[in-house]
Write a protein that binds this ligand. Structure first.
Ligand code: ADE
Length: 229
């Protein structure tokens, strides 16, 4: 899977892409990520990427040209991947649909994705009207840009790729896999500072253990999410 990220701050991605599961996915070649600094597509001498909003409003707006041109460049560069298929061109914005595990599962099936990270107040709306085909929010709060949300998408997508997790069943029991939050887990020692591991988990009775786990999932989901889940 190829993911191209349009950003004005490519350095922000350095550490998240070179550690842990995402790094492993890249090393294994199941995911490939390119960072495109779309400031490079500005033609003026100062490479100014933003401008004042028409009609007046506080804050600056990213101009349409560098983003349109960066996407033209990528469409030509990735034409073997794209063929005739429509592929996701995603803009990260608090105004988008709320990200969840189902969207991660959907996106992990794609061969090619473009992520557009805005910054400043917003990007010119024509990019959203005529280029972008999906808008995603990671939650109801406002960040300074789309870089952190893009990293969240990448992490959640990378770990779902085949061959990335050593225990793929781990993804199958994660929270949200079956609309429930995951159950508690314990490891050795059996007792720590007087705190004990629940007896049932040490019983060796697999039926009883799965019943306990299922009940805990329901209980914890109710506790944390009330009736909303
Ligand atoms: N950019 C700024 N805030 C965001 C959010 N909550 N989700 C996605 N992109 C964003």
């Amino acid at each position: 899977m190829q993911i191209d990220i349009l950003t004005l701050f490519p350095e922000m991605f350095k550490s998240p892409l070179s550690e842990s599961i995402v790094h492993r996915a890249i090393e294994k070649g199941v995911i490939s990520i390119d960072l495109i600094d779309f400031r490079e597509f500005c033609h003026d001498k100062n490479k100014q990427v933003d401008d004042y909003p028409y009609g007046g409003a506080p804050g600056m707006i990213i101009k349409p040209e560098p983003i349109f041109e960066a996407i033209d460049y990528l469409k030509a560069r990735r034409k073997d991947l794209i063929k005739s298929k429509e592929f996701p061109i995603i803009y990260l914005t608090p105004q988008g649909e709320k990200y969840n595990q189902n969207i991660a599962k959907e996106l992990c099936q794609e061969d090619y994705i473009i992520l557009i990270c805005g910054h400043y107040k917003d990007i010119d709306y024509r990019v959203r009207e005529h280029l972008v085909n999906r808008e995603i929010s990671i939650g109801d709060y406002v960040l300074s840009g789309g870089e952190l949300p893009a990293m969240i998408l990448i992490d959640s997508i990378a770990r779902l790729q085949k061959g990335v997790l050593t225990h793929i069943e781990s993804a199958e029991t994660d929270s949200f896999h079956d609309k429930l939050l995951d159950c508690p887990y314990y490891t050795r020692p059996r007792e720590y500072r007087g705190y004990k591991v629940p007896d049932v988990l040490l019983s060796g009775n697999h039926k009883k253990i799965s019943e306990w786990q299922e009940n805990k999932k329901i209980e914890l989901t109710k506790q944390a999410r009330g009736d909303s889940n």
